[in-house]
Design a binder for this molecule. Sequence first.
Ligand code: URA
Length: 187
Amino acid sequence: MMDWEELQETCMRCTQCGLCETRHNVVFGVGNKNTRIMFVGEGPGEQEDLQGEPFVGRAGQLLDDMLSIIDLSRKTNCYIANIVKCRPPQNRDPMETEQDACIGYLMNQIALIKPKIIVCLGRIAAMRLIREDYRITREHGQWVEKDGVWMTAIYHPSALLRDVSKRPETFEDLLSIREKLGQLGDC
Ligand code: URA
């Protein structure tokens, strides 16, 4: 396992998959590393690639609004990362091979942060971190404990931009996340 400095340096010069050829920036992650809760998206979009920070486009604005509902923010008390750290061209889903090449970095981030809760943003992250055959429509908001970490998934903010009818369910899921954080206390 690498420490933060070595991990970040290694990511910055990573050439383990083809995404390194088209990236402008590696999008490492953002937030408080001393947190109990992590949010994991699928991979950087255009704005994230240009700015080097996760969730800074339109979906990112919505994510920040969602976090603020449950008293979380990237500036103070949570950490945000992605399954892959470089932008898949044309915003396609990251391929399995690209995920395989990158997932070790996320696992190292998780090992360093030791969160109590991981929230997957969307099906790609849920299929990678919770279960290969995860069904986001059916299972969002449900909790599973894996290796001592409470895990759930909510709809990806981009899906909530496309389909506002999913927002009330997501509001309920957010409240459930706040409740879980409360239950886990300061441990
Ligand atoms: N979508 C993601 O999954 N991650 C980002 O960082 C931005 C958009």
